[in-house]
Design a protein around this ligand. Sequence first.
Ligand code: ASP
Length: 292
Amino acid sequence: MPFAAGGPTDVTARILGEHMSKTLGQQIEVKNIVGAGGTTAITHGAQSAPDGYTIMIGHMGTHSAAPAFYPNLKYDPTKDFEPIGLAVGTPIVIVARKDFPPKNLKEFIAYLKANSTMIDVAHAGIASVSHTTCLMLTHQLGVKLTEVTYRGTGPALIGLAGGHVDIMCDQIVNLVERIKDGQIKAYAIATPARSPALPDVPTTKEAGLPDYEVSALNALFAPKGTPEPIVARLNEALSRALDDPTTKKRLLDLGGVIPDSQQRTGAWLGDFVKAEVARWSPIIKAAGVLGP
Ligand code: ASP
């Protein structure tokens, strides 16, 4: 698990791990190894014995954005893993501390443009989802904010709710309860349709920023060379967890999007990772954040 406890990736791992443990008859222990936007844990996982006893939860950061940010990355997301399956889709929500002045997304955009030097954006490290997706946002708006790095967006969210940082772009599964409780403010969800978990939050399109649409995901991977029957068993345990009514409801209540049957295979995930690496690299390079 590549980020601190309590964040979206951790919560997904724990919810699914609980049910998968029952199917597998083995307790899945979630081990948080933080650092370098999640790539420290994935490097460690990629180099672990391919025996099915070490698997990883990765996401659009570790397995799509990371190669563009880290030229010396010690793994290749497209080659060094046996993809197990997509765990959950996670729309991105633009959020801020509860007393951040703008009242809606249009005001938010104007406020960022007028006050960029005074605004802090929280994220979970270079190449993390929160970093990459807010970078896309600020690049589109032509502003540069002050970045504050946390060990995961679980701790970042505590900073946001405490008013220590101003804004964040985060995976929905971390946010629903705090938005509903009014501990943080949500400006828009970056998907074509509203989320049933946050029906009052407008889409970016509705709120005036139609070009900002982005979703992330969490997915399970095994080290390269893990025997196919083991990967198949893990895939089946994941799929059973996703179909279990209680587990499914927990993920849906958090705003997670459950993969459909076509998206459940390792082959689908492998193809998706290849397409996403190819899609993200130019976007990140265009954002002009990389060295020459
Ligand atoms: N997945 C989050 C991110 O990449 C971090 C976390 O799960 O804590 O921003």
